[in-house]
Design a protein around this ligand. Structure first.
Ligand code: NAI
Ligand SMILES: N[C@@H](CC=O)C(=O)O
Length: 809
């Protein structure tokens, strides 16, 4: 024997009722089919009754709607004589309902008893229609089998009597029987109803009484999901869960089954299978006894409830006083206010609890009245109410077998900058629940879902600024590598924001890299840096990383606010790390405090692993004693390219065309770019240094840098003759030029040097860079890092590696 229950959506239309028939017909067992009213009908009936008692004629419109809906379904499902018979039953029931509602309208009274009589009409109607539609099905009146007391509106089931009646009614039964859910009656035979989730309850009572081998709840979702799929696209169906897990998840918002209705089947150990009427082939979720020490994940699912208010009662007069909690929750119970979460400080000087926001005012009032004397005497403070909140809960029986869940949970949430307002965990360790601002709910659900590997992939959300040579290359590299990273590293890199100097485009669902430029042009908003920064912060997305591929000072000024909003920074732009020492330290400190990343590996040596190596040396206790380096790709290229037929001015142009130089090549030629890099290396070595501390030996006179870019290009060929003369002399001495950066004993210097053959710098080809670290451990033979030191492709690859570092995969 099986009991199948179909909810309102499952029987909401002729098409769906056909599906129900198909599902029922495919069963191998004897089945009892419990049905809800056609979706939305019970609300309409109750609304009509309320309208009637208020004396408005609108109830007639509701009644017409109810009739039309049923007639439509009958019209679509039946033909010929059967149609007439079903119509007759339906019209008869609808007339009966109409009479009661007319009566309510006339006498202007709507008692709980009348509401109970009216409330079950929807189920009576739907069950008659469906029993006629399924060939050979019988109809049974559940209201005659499920007996309750006479507390209309909140009747309690008499299980002993009901069980006996159900067993008698189905003694020797075989085949298919359809029964209305929700309806019951008292000993006098008057209608009562089973309250919220009533049809689930009817089905559970039948299943328990008849020792069914399974109770199937057919609904419009695939089962219990790991999280709300409207928020978490990657949420998936939980294959099996225990009764307690199902109850907890339902309590915190997963409205798949109404928890109290599970009790009768739980007591008999009858499993509950949740199935989707629209997708009968889907596995669904199985609710069953928990398996102690089972191999289940520690966390089964996450659920949440929004629009919550947190009410705090606080005061020194509460400490050690017995009966405070009893009075507090007694006052709420008297007002019929449901408390969703309670959190109490161990010092006993405060109790916070969460209620639905529409109940918050009544709750505040009830407590203020209860503790009027204590509040007046200042033993208890004025009751505080904070609204606009959500509760999130993780649920799983195996949490109690797994250490570190809470640590990991709150660490991940904290890293994403979400403030936790209250926390509650039961001693059973079945759930941990906490309160966050409504605005942080989506982000919280995402990070928690991801961090407990409920999601297959780690997702990093990228905001790009600057789509020039490096930025453009980076996006193409990400595009090419996206699939592989997903497959091999389970890392999903999602571009969610992109901005150039004119426009910005943000899309939480992702921006395809193919065609992003066209989309930015067509849909992008006119913007400035501040607006982009604010939009990034306002999106409040989880695992965000801001990638700066500009050379802009103003862009660097955004970092502190972004980091403070828990947005990691990856930057090719050297301005921030070489800005005032206090600013550099501040940015690093914020990132550390927030547990996020501020990465700038490409600031020195482009894609070469220089800063990471330096960090490793220092972290492992080494001491940097000397830095000697060729750090400018542009300058090295120029000095390697300059020749009799390739004058200085031409090499500068060539370096720019190769993508080695800064957007403004004067930054390279003046030595400023190398000063920045040296400062960054010195700082990362653990020493304080400022711009003024670096001696620059310029090789191009200042007047070349004074005017505009045009002036520079117009005048640059004036350098050629002198350089050619000096070059010839150098060549004859078998030497070469290198622009060298050096730091030793607190002294920093950059400048052009004539290098002799045999020196490690001599053979440095093209735009290559070379860094030599002399350290306590690398003393006799310094550590050398050498390779391409500029170029869009290698730099983009370095930025890419930093982005992957942010994801921690
Ligand atoms: N090219 C190279 O070899 C290396 C470059 N870098 C750094 O990478 C950064 C980018 O260099 P490239 O791509 O070569 O320069 P680029 O000039 O090709 O690209 C910079 C882009 O940033 C945009 N931009 C400038 N100000 C902006 C603003 N306020 N808002 C939005 N976009 C803005 C520009 O329009 C341009 O598209 C620079 O900071 C450079 O120092 C670092 C290591 C090596
Ligand atoms: N302009 C720079 C690029 C890398 O930082 C250089 O030439 O080295």
């Amino acid at each position: 024997m099986k009991v199948l229950k179909f909810g309102g959506t499952s029987v909401g239309s002729a098409e769906n009722i056909r599906r129900v028939k198909e599902i029922v017909k495919n069963q191998q067992d004897d089945v009892i089919v419990v049905v809800s009213a056609l979706g939305g009908i019970t609300d309409k009936i109750l609304n009509a009754a309320r309208m009637a008692v208020m004396g408005t004629e609108y109830f007639n419109t509701e009644m017409t709607g109810i009739k039309e809906r049923h007639e439509e379904v009958v019209e679509a499902l039946f033909n010929g004589e059967q149609k007439e018979t079903v119509k007759e039953t339906v019209i008869h029931l609808l007339d009966e309902l109409d009479k009661v509602i007319q009566g309510v309208s006339m006498i202007g009274e709507l008692t709980p008893k009348t509401l109970d009589k009216i409330g079950g009409f929807g189920e009576r109607l739907s069950s008659h229609i469906i029993s006629q539609f399924i060939d050979g099905a019988q109809w049974v009146d559940s209201s005659k089998l499920i007996k309750t007391d006479s507390a209309f509106g909140r009747a309690l089931v008499d299980f002993e009597k009901s069980e006996k009646l159900v067993q008698e009614a189905f003694n020797g039964f075989s085949g298919i029987c359809v029964a209305p859910g929700f309806v019951s009656s008292n000993n006098a035979g008057e209608y009562t109803t089973l309250g919220r989730g009533g049809s689930d309850y009817t089905a559970a009572i039948f299943a328990a009484a008849l020792d069914a081998h399974v109770l199937e709840i057919w609904t419009d979702v695939d089962g219990f999901m790991t999280a709300d799929p409207r928020v978490i696209r990657k949420a998936y169906t939980i294959e099996s869960l225990s009764y307690s897990e199902a109850m907890e998840l339902s309590h915190f918002g997963a409205k798949v089954i109404y928890p109290p209705t599970i009790l009768p089947v739980y007591q008999k150990g009858i499993p509950i299978q949740i199935k989707n009427t629209m997708k009968p082939e889907a596995e669904g979720s199985l609710i069953r006894e928990s398996e102690p020490n089972g191999k289940d994940r520690p966390i089964k699912g996450i659920s949440s409830i929004s629009n919550i208010s947190l009410i705090t009662v606080q005061g020194l007069g509460m400490v050690g006083v017995t009966g405070i909690s009893m009075r507090l929750f007694g006052a709420l119970a008297r007002e019929d206010i449901n408390v969703i979460l309670i959190s109490q400080a161990s010092s006993e000087n405060s109790i916070s609890f969460a209620v639905d926001t529409p109940k918050a005012e009544a709750a505040e009032q009830a407590i203020s009245n209860e503790f009027e004397r204590e509040i007046a005497g200042q033993q208890i403070n004025k009751v505080e109410v904070e609204s606009g909140l959500s509760i999130v809960a993780i649920v799983g029986e195996n949490m109690k077998q797994t250490t570190g869940i809470a640590g990991k949970l709150f660490n991940t949430i904290g890293k994403n900058g979400v403030n936790i307002i209250a926390i509650a965990q039961g001693a059973s360790e079945l759930n941990i629940s906490w309160v966050v601002k409504d605005g942080d709910l989506r982000k919280t659900l995402n990070v928690v879902h991801e961090s407990f590997f409920l999601s297959e992939n780690v997702e990093v959300n990228i905001f790009m600024l600057g789509i020039g040579l490096v930025g453009g290359n980076l996006l193409q590299q990400v595009r090419q590598q996206q699939e592989k990273l997903m497959k091999e590293k389970h890392l999903k890199l999602k571009l969610v924001g992109v901005a150039n100097s004119k426009k910005m485009l943000l899309d939480r669902d992702g921006i395809a890299i193919d065609g992003f430029k066209e989309r930015l042009d067509a849909e992008g908003e006119q913007s400035g840096l501040e607006a982009y920064k604010q939009a990034v912060i306002d999106m409040n997305i989880f695992n965000p990383v801001f990638v700066d591929c500009t050379a802009s000072n103003d862009a660097a000024d955004l970092y502190a606010d972004l980091l403070n909003a828990n947005v990691s920074i990856v930057t090719a732009n050297k301005v921030a790390a070489s800005s005032e020492y206090e600013n550099y330290l501040k940015l690093k400190k914020i990132a550390k405090q927030k547990g996020i990343k501020f990465l700038f590996e490409t600031n020195v040596g482009a894609g070469l692993p220089i800063i990471n190596t330096l960090n490793d040396l220092v972290n492992a206790g080494d001491k940097i004693q000397k830095i000697e380096a060729v750090l400018s790709g542009t300058l090295n290229f120029i000095f390697n390219t300059i020749a009799q037929d390739v004058p200085m001015s031409k090499t500068i142009k060539m370096a720019q065309e190769e993508g080695y130089s800064e957007p403004d090549p004067r930054i390279d030629l003046s030595g400023i770019d190398v000063v920045r890099k040296l400062m960054i290396l010195v700082r990362e070595s653990g020493y304080r240094i400022d711009k003024e501390d670096v001696v620059i030996n310029k090789f191009i006179p200042d007047e070349f840098f004074d005017g505009s870019m045009e002036d520079f290009w117009d005048g640059v060929s004036n350098l050629d003759a002198d350089f050619e003369q000096r070059r010839q002399k150098l060549e004859s001495e078998n030497k070469c030029w290198r622009f060298v950066a050096k730091y030793e004993d607190g002294k920093a210097e950059v400048g052009l040097q004539e290098i002799e053959q045999g020196h490690p710098f001599f053979d440095l080809q093209g735009s290559n860079n070379l860094v030599m670290f002399t350290t306590e451990r690398y003393h006799e033979f310094p550590m050398i890092i050498k390779g391409y030191g500029a170029g869009a492709e290698v730099t983009a690859a370095g930025v890419f590696a930093d982005i992957i570092r942010v994801s921690n995969v």
